[in-house]
Design a protein around this ligand. Structure first.
Ligand code: APR
Ligand code: PHB
Length: 390
């Protein structure tokens, strides 16, 4: 039986960043991931980082590639009724956001983990947390047909929405909240220059569209699509034609098209599980909450949870205080619900709902008209978008 102080389930951004911060604090961890490292790295996810996220990555020695390759943005634009409206995020909030793909963040974290020598078991099967309601939690897993057992003080469930950690919690101890949206996002990656140096969020009678990027030569585009659509239904030509129809004429003019090298459809849902602590098991990131990508909060919320939990765990060992651990669930949920609200609001304001009534449509139009005419409303959007204080 191996013993560590903290066993981390999942090597996504949450698990790797938690492992990184605890390792720097001299706390012994092991990360158990049921997929291969290549599989984890190959996942295409979002790429917009709040200022609080980039600050934490820099503070923990992960700023080098971020500072070299990240694109710092001071604003974004909304396109509707054939017009483009820019919102100056920095003027309203004093902060910026950074485009730097989740894949790159994961890459940097994996490199740091490998350099630290701290153990990560990839392709660990049947990972199972035990006794986390008692004083001696354990995690078992199977690797190459051999069952292994890890004794630990704490278990961090960083294994995403479909992971084992939340499923291991007795149903009676868990409360969940969910909203499933009646559409998906079809996204592509293409080696073409972006249409604009900042992001363009479009609301059109044909539905939502987003023009974003990964670099000055690689673009990412999304369109709202019916929930049942398949990637095969969407040729590149159909996709580009649809984006052009949904954005304002000025942006449509500037779109450079090209062959996509990645194309996928993601469902949209809001989900929160409460509480985030069950004895010595802590839920982190997508294991505890899911947001629609419209507010770009998924990765940033995971990093926010890791910030709170790592403070609690370090406090437990360094200051012999469990105050941070005891307050982890409330502190994290306080910020989670505000990000869930913001993501729901952005989704509701920018998408066309199949069952929307004429009244709903008028409200949406008034929401957009008020937003671009009110400095107070733009400041509210900006402070949520760049990331609320921790
Ligand atoms: N055992 C071990 N590992 C598991 C298990 C399991 N039973 N189930 C899932 N995992 C692994 C997954 O393979 C994945 O690598 O846990 C990891 C969870 O990573 P993510 O789903 O990326 O979740 P998280 O690290 O919280 O990151 C949240 O990812 O999905 C995006 O939008 C989301 O940006 C947000 C970020
Ligand atoms: C992305 O770049 O993938 C991205 C950016 C902003 C969002 C969603 C996705 O709101």
């Amino acid at each position: 039986m191996k013993r560590v102080q903290v066993a981390i389930i999942g090597a996504g951004p949450s698990g790797l960043l938690l492992g990184h911060i605890l390792d720097r604090a001299g706390i012994e961890t092991i990360i158990l991931e049921n997929r291969s490292a290549d599989y984890v790295l190959a996942r295409v996810r979002a790429g917009l980082l709040e200022q609080g996220t980039t600050d934490l990555l820099r503070e923990t020695g992960l700023g080098q590639r971020l500072d070299r390759d990240g694109l710092v943005h001071h604003g974004l634009s909304l396109a509707f009724d054939g017009e483009l409206h820019r919102i100056d995020l920095t003027a309203s909030s004093g902060k910026t956001v950074t485009i730097y793909g989740q894949t790159e963040v994961t890459h940097d974290l994996m490199d740091a983990r490998a350099a630290s020598g701290a153990p990560t078991i990839y392709e660990a099967q049947n990972v199972t947390p035990h006794n986390f309601d008692g004083a001696s939690p354990r995690v078992t897993y199977v690797k190459d047909g051999v069952t292994h057992e890890i004794a630990c003080d704490f278990i961090a469930g960083c294994d995403g929405f479909h992971g084992v950690s939340r499923q291991s919690v007795p149903q009676a101890a868990l409360t969940t909240y969910e909203r499933v949206y009646p559409f998906g996002w079809l996204g592509i990656l293409a080696e073409v220059p972006p249409a604009d140096h900042e992001l363009v969020y479009a609301n059109s009678p044909r539905g939502f569209a987003l023009c974003t990027m990964r670099s000055n030569t690689r673009s990412r585009y999304y369109v709202q699509c019916p929930i049942g659509d398949k990637v095969e239904d969407w040729s590149d030509q159909r996709f580009w034609d649809e984006v052009r129809r949904r954005v304002d004429p000025q942006t449509a003019e500037k779109i450079t098209t090209g062959p996509s090298f990645e194309k996928s459809i993601a469902p949209l849902r809001s989900f929160v599980a409460e509480p985030l602590r069950f004895g010595r098991l802590f839920l982190v990131g997508d294991a505890a909450h899911i947001v629609p990508p419209t507010g770009a909060k998924g990765l940033n919320l995971a990093v926010s949870d890791v910030r709170y939990l790592s403070e609690g765990i370090i406090g437990h060992y360094a200051e012999k205080s469990d105050d941070g651990l005891d307050r982890y669930s409330d502190r994290a949920l306080n910020r989670i619900w505000k990000a869930v609200r913001f993501s729901w609001w952005m989704t509701t304001m920018l998408h066309r709902f199949p069952d929307a009534t004429p009244f709903d449509q008028k409200i949406q139009e008034a929401d957009l008209a008020y937003l671009v005419a009110s400095q107070a409303a733009m400041t509210s959007l900006s402070e949520n978008y760049v990331g609320l204080p921790h």
